[in-house]
Design a protein around this ligand. Sequence first.
Ligand code: ADE
Length: 178
Amino acid sequence: NSESKLQLVHRHVRAFPDFPKKGILFRDICPILKDPAALTAVTDLFEEHVRKNHPQVDLIVGLDARGFLFGPLLAQRLGVGFVLIRKIGKLPGSTVSVAYDLEYGRAEVEVQEDGVAPGQKVLLIDDLLATGGTLYAACELMKKQKADILGCMVVIELKELNGMDKLKPHQVFSLLQY
Ligand code: ADE
């Protein structure tokens, strides 16, 4: 059932204090990838959420880099395509980009111009929601593409950083909350 799948996923997330810098408690999802049953549980839980709440989805859109670990597995289960949102400079051909502020400096994400067609119903996926800066920029990118954003999905939500508020009115579905 859903409860034991969540417990299985939860057991495969590790915390590393003071990584990558002092004061950050880093939530590491690598053990999920190393365990086929845990990775299957993550995919099952996302699939159940999408089939129940967003059966009309056209595309799963994943964020660089750890959205690429979970997104294609989910997209295959659902029988829909997967589109990559990448850090700037990695995608060939015509692209659309959005710049956003980081704690220090700025970053930019982009998608191929023909990645998403106007009106397509998309779900965004990443491993973790922190402040929501990257997912927010990704949503802006999807708006530029005139996509219909159904919502966002993450394995882990860090609640104290209030990323959910930043992403409103878009819904964020998370498997685990810390
Ligand atoms: N990205 C932003 N904050 C993070 C954290 N605490 N653990 C893992 N990835 C993160």
